[in-house]
Write a protein that binds this ligand. Structure first.
Ligand SMILES: Cc1ncc(COP(=O)(O)O)c(CNc2csc(C(=O)O)c2)c1O
Length: 461
């Protein structure tokens, strides 16, 4: 079972961590390592480092552990002899899927598919899921332009040398503050930190503004509505500008909440109107649920809170879903083989684990626990924002997907560092925000432990 609470015995990183970091540094760049982790002792909501420090983990490996550490039901998946074969013989899923693969997809990914979705494509990570969703959107857009005409020899020859008409001038619209990955295509739709983009070539694709609200929301209803209108007008302008220039916008990619960009929220009305504008302009709406998806918002998919008039064209996922991939409407299916393809096309062992995660979420009613813990977090943060307004403001969140701003990046970093000293592993995002990303097994009493430690930090800084 879990420890009763955090316990920190050494400075973090401790002596053993430091030794291992320098060992690793002989092999690769290791400056981002926070500490080496003991994956035998880490359990539930608690991460244990190699120096025996026990921390309440409200960051969970960049929001990617659905059931925390060493969940007993997941360990059982590994003990099943049939499953061992799946872990050992990693298949090229596009060519030689194993028996039972359709059933596994049905009982895991399709069991939690967004409303109206019947198709899923598995991938390895968030970046490659977005990359392939973009490609599927480009092919769909070109096929619409062809209107049934055959592919020409000129198209086949020209694309081999990266020129038109075979290589198209199509674009994907993204938003300032967005994060969709770091591989070279999606990196042109990522706009959260310069260090991610420096030195890498970028594509001339349209970029619109994402709403930046004033808080508390109830005090700024008109201002925030005006902000929605301003951003939507920019989306229309970008469509007009790029389509007129023949750089047709084939898709719009957006997160339900911009996470890396600083936990920026936008209203359901913003997303409903964005879907209308995107459809009107003949583009695909790609909702990136890599960080928001998998249950942290209290629903499986965060965009479910927006009551979109129609299903999104694509919903990409990774992190808490354990496998990468995307759901897409049938019209986006490739028309030929080997166009959305790579050696592995994801990993069945991750889908086996996801199948168990989906079962546990249903059996243990975890989504309602997320809602209860999220309420506890939000109430506690709102209360603290009244008592420490200089350090904690703009409290926001859906489910346990919460955040607040501090007065400066330094202050935010100081709060993260002091929380770590008190045995809470948290993380920053954007310029001023501290984000909370606990596992789905994070109970209200864990929220109390977090809030208690946070109060102790705020009292002293
Ligand atoms: C909304 C969203 N979309 C796509 C991605 C990319 O996923 P990965 O390629 O990292 O699996 C992410 C990854 N998140 C992430 C957090 S820190 C980070 C990094 O590369 O520094 C990446 C995401 O949050």
């Amino acid at each position: 079972g879990e420890p009763s609470g955090p316990s920190v015995k050494t400075p973090i990183p401790g002596p053993k961590s430091k030794e291992m970091i320098s060992e690793l540094n002989n092999i690769q760049f290791s400056n981002t390592v926070i500490y080496f982790t003991d994956y035998n002792k880490s359990i539930g909501n608690y991460i244990v480092d190699v120096d025996g420090n026990v921390l309440l983990d409200v960051y969970t490996q960049i929001s990617s552990l659905p059931l925390g550490y060493n969940h007993p039901d997941l360990l059982k998946v590994l003990q099943d002899p049939d499953n061992q074969r799946t872990f050992i013989n990693r298949p090229s899923l596009g060519l030689f899927p194993g028996q039972g693969w359709p059933q596994k997809l049905t009982s895991s990914l399709m069991a939690v598919a967004p409303k109206g979705h019947t198709q899923v494509t598995t991938m390895a990570c968030g970046s490659c899921s977005n990359e392939n969703a973009f490609k599927a959107a480009f092919m769909w857009y070109r096929n619409k332009q062809r209107g049934g005409a055959p592919i020409t020899e000129e198209e086949n020859n020209s694309c081999m040398m990266n020129v038109g008409p075979g290589s198209t001038p199509f674009t994907i619209m993204s938003f300032k503050g967005g994060f969709h990955g770091r591989t070279i295509g999606v990196l042109s739709t990522t706009h959260s930190k310069a260090i991610h983009k420096l030195d890498i070539p970028a594509l001339d694709w349209p970029i619109a503004s994402f709403p930046r609200y004033k808080y508390p929301l109830e005090d700024f209803v008109e201002e925030n509505k005006a902000e929605d209108r301003k951003c939507l007008a920019e989306v229309e302008e970008q469509f007009e500008k790029y389509n007129k220039a023949g750089k047709f916008v084939a898709g719009v990619v957006i997160e339900p909440i911009q996470a890396e960009g600083g936990d920026n929220h936008a209203s359901p009305e913003f997303f409903q109107e964005l879907q209308r504008i995107t459809k009107k302009n003949g583009a695909a709406l790609i909702i990136d649920e890599v960080q928001t998806g998998g249950g942290a918002s209290g629903k499986y998919w965060c965009h479910e809170h927006f009551h979109l008039p129609e299903p999104a064209d694509f919903v990409t996922f990774s992190k808490k879903m354990l496998t990468g991939g995307y759901y897409s409407l049938p019209e986006f299916r490739p028309q030929q083989g080997y166009r959305i393809f790579n050696t592995w096309m994801g990993e069945p062992s991750k889908v086996l684990l996801l199948e168990k995660v989906v079962e546990v979420i249903k059996r243990d009613n975890l989504l309602s626990i997320v809602q209860a813990s999220g309420k506890k977090l939000m109430d506690g943060l709102m209360d603290m924002s009244k008592r420490y307004p200089q350090h904690l403001k703009n409290v926001r969140g859906i489910g346990t997907f919460c955040a607040f701003d501090s007065s400066s990046a330094e202050k935010r970093d100081e709060i993260v560092a002091k929380l770590k000293e008190k045995g809470v592993q948290s993380g920053g995002c954007g310029d001023l925000s501290l984000r909370i990303r606990p596992a789905l097994v994070f109970q209200p009493y864990h929220a109390d432990i977090f809030l208690h430690q946070l109060e102790k930090v705020l009292k002293k800084i």
